[in-house]
Ligand binder design. Structure first.
Ligand SMILES: *[C@@H]1O[C@H](CO)[C@@H](O)[C@H](O)[C@H]1NC(C)=O
Length: 321
């Protein structure tokens, strides 16, 4: 009996969500028309210029450090660094290097060349690791001057405007993880208790508009979480990550959620995937991820992740007020 009622309410919710999506589609069509009209009016009334000058003055004073994770893909690394070096807020670059061979002289020369193309002083460092573990990407950076770390994989690129926007969002909530790729955990109802969870990917987030994690393959967070990851998080979690070669990003989400008691923040941004692993970020491999979520929750003795449906959008580029 209880089974049937829960199924029924589930379906009602689904239908509810479905009609919301149709309404959204209608609203989008109307909105798009308004947007085109408003765009004309804006240039007609000379608002464009004003918006451009606002843009300049809102640039952050203190920059962020790029923490880039790469593995045997020098071409992607070169492409990423060349791009991010052109972003105005970038102050230093830390490349997490876990390959058996050290970076070649020609690679170093190329990177040192591109980071100075804009006449700015950007620091570039390789963090060379002997052991090949996914925990390497969250090692403490001891001499880091800025608080903000922009953690990124070598196979995704975000335009500078998206990066700067996420940075300003992070500045308003510096304890929070702020990023572009959201994921969600659900209570597994089929298991009949409240303590079993399912990890879900992009489609689930898209359908429900809800998320509880931000992947560290593209996220801002405070540098203090690096030392907490290495020195304060239970070592069994780091061992799990090394052994299973997975879930370092989920471990980081748990760590931040446990420290803040709050959800992360998803920001809207354009993603360009430059590697060949595009599919993995959209789905698949979710059983292993589900296992991580349950295993970590048992280590914490509770579920620290908090769900939310807030999304930060740059109001200058959104058509709907
Ligand atoms: C979670 O946060 C609490 C309070 O800050 C802390 O005492 C505890 O050690 C953290 N748990 C883990 C597993 O790190």
């Amino acid at each position: 009996m209880t089974m049937r009622t829960s199924l029924f309410s589930h379906r009602t919710i689904r239908q509810g969500v479905g009609s919301v999506k149709i309404k959204l589609l209608l609203a989008f069509c109307i909105g798009f028309t308004l947007f085109v009209l408003a765009g004309r009016a804006a240039s007609f009334m000379g608002w464009r210029k004003h918006a451009a000058s606002l843009n300049r003055s809102s640039l952050p004073e203190k920059g962020y450090a790029l923490l880039i994770n790469t593995w045997k893909r020098n071409d992607l690394l070169k492409q990423s660094i060349s791009h991010y070096a052109s972003c105005p807020g970038l102050a230093s670059i830390h490349i997490v290097w876990s390959e058996p061979d050290p970076p070649s002289e020609s690679l170093k020369k190329f990177l040192n060349h591109v980071i100075h193309l804009n006449g700015r002083k950007i620091e570039l460092k390789f963090d060379i690791n002997k052991e090949d573990s996914l925990n390497n990407r969250f090692k403490e950076i001891t001499d880091l001057k800025m608080d903000a770390v922009f953690s990124i994989d070598d196979d995704v690129i975000f335009p500078c405007t998206s990066v700067e926007f996420a940075f300003t969002v992070w500045q308003s909530a510096p304890d929070t993880m702020v990023g572009y790729i959201p994921r969600i955990h659900w209570v597994d109802k089929s298991k009949g208790n409240q303590d079993t969870y399912i990890y879900s990917g992009w489609w689930s987030v898209w359908w429900t508009g809800t998320y509880s994690m931000i992947l560290s393959k593209a996220a801002f967070f405070h540098k203090k979480y690096l030392s907490m990851y290495t020195y304060e998080m239970p070592s069994s979690i780091r061992e799990y990550v090394t052994k299973n070669r997975n879930c370092e990003d989920i471990a980081m989400s748990f760590l931040v959620a446990n420290a803040t008691g709050a959800p992360p923040i998803w920001v809207k941004g354009k993603i360009f995937e430059i590697g060949s692993t595009g599919i993995s970020s959209l789905g698949g491999h979710s059983e292993r991820r589900t296992h991580c979520v349950n295993w970590f929750a048992s280590k914490y003795g509770r579920m620290p992740l908090v769900s939310t449906s807030v999304k930060a959008v740059d109001s200058r580029s959104s058509w709907f007020w």
